[in-house]
Design a protein around this ligand. Structure first.
Ligand SMILES: [Zn+2]
Length: 348
């Protein structure tokens, strides 16, 4: 499902970008390049919100925001594009982000994609995007982005934050190290998640600020100014580290051997855990009629829907369905339980 919000008027001839144009690194020419630029942001939680907000205000002409999730009250502490009304309506994050951005910059194009980025749709979802920014919360999707980007020689910027720790890397395929050069396997320390370690909104905003600035450099053509290190920072302890990423690692699976196992989607399950006591069921061929399903589910629990999501509460479970048949089932980490709930109430 996609919703495109096209600007209904041209960029107004106001002085919106005047302070940015005054900055020597951007200038009038850089600002024109930003207006023509296209950037994909994969994941619009905390980091994705901050990235999208910064780049939208900076005047990046087209932002494609891809996110599979919906807004919840626990997001509001750090996910800067959402408000209480979005959480009350369980709006998909991509839709809520597009609405919020258009309220402060109606002169740019936001393409909202309510989808889970997987090997089967990555070509379509990232089509025509010369730069990819990481707003995800998991290494599986990051390795997928890395495989795609290295294979197609498209730059991308890795960003992550957990607890008080933030880390980021610019990947310029053919020149710098890629994510798999530095982390051949998911790093253990980063297996911590926001659910287990919590997160400071300031760690998120730090990493998003660094990554968004690197993106601006790329978009205005100042590639030489981009950082060639893996930069990490702990905003609580003030520990800071940088390791060189200037060159690919010999023997790297992705950029050396060009063995794109994540792009091939080997062993990719159709049911996955997605944090916070939830299971996601990926269904692609099951368009759902929310009005019809709403009636059918009413005798079995509380049900509510809008144009974007249908929510069904059946104690102790909470099921959120998207129009393409995808579901997030809260209240269990048992994939068999989730599968059977889905089969019983939606269809097998
Ligand atoms: Zn590599």
């Amino acid at each position: 499902m996609a919703q495109e919000q096209r600007p209904d008027r041209a960029i107004p001839k106001d002085d919106r970008y005047s302070r940015q144009i005054l900055f020597r690194g951007i200038g009038a020419e850089g600002q024109r390049k930003l207006a023509d630029a296209r950037v994909a942001i994969v994941g619009c939680g905390a980091t994705g919100s901050a990235l999208a907000g910064l780049l939208a205000r900076a005047g990046v002409g087209t932002l494609r925001i891809i996110d599979r999730d919906y807004v919840e009250p626990s997001n509001l502490q750090r996910q800067s594009l959402f408000d209480e009304q979005d959480a009350a309506e369980s709006l998909p994050k991509a839709i809520a982000a597009a609405r919020k951005i258009s309220s402060f910059n109606s002169g740019i194009v936001i393409e909202a994609k309510v989808e889970d980025l997987v090997p089967g749709n990555i070509e379509v979802l990232l089509e025509g995007m010369p730069l990819i920014l990481d707003g995800t919360d998991n290494f599986e999707t990051r390795y997928l982005i890395n495989d795609y980007a290295v294979n197609r020689s498209i730059p991308w910027i890795y960003s992550a934050a957990v607890g008080s720790y933030a880390v980021t890397l610019n990947v310029l395929p053919g020149e710098t190290a890629c994510l798999a050069c530095i982390f051949p396997d998911s790093p253990r320390g980063m297996v911590e998640t926001c659910e287990t370690s919590g997160i400071l909104n300031s760690a998120v905003n730090l990493v998003a600020s660094v990554a968004a600035t690197e993106a601006l450099k790329f978009l205005v053509g100042s590639v030489a100014q981009m950082r060639r290190t893996l930069l990490s920072f702990d905003v609580w302890t003030n520990e800071r580290a940088e390791i060189s990423a200037a060159k690919p690692r010999p023997g790297c699976r992705a950029c050396g051997d060009r063995d794109f196992i994540h792009l091939a989607g080997e062993g990719r399950p159709h049911i996955t855990l997605c944090g916070r006591n939830s299971v996601q069921i990926h269904e692609r061929q099951r368009p759902i009629d929310f009005a019809e399903l709403d009636l059918r589910l009413k005798p079995h629990g509380t049900v509510r829907h809008n144009d974007f999501v249908l929510k069904f509460w059946h104690e102790p479970y909470e099921m959120t369905l998207f129009p393409d048949g995808r579901a997030i089932i809260k209240g269990t980490t048992d994939t068999a339980v989730a599968r059977s709930l889905y089969a019983r109430y939606v269809g097998s």
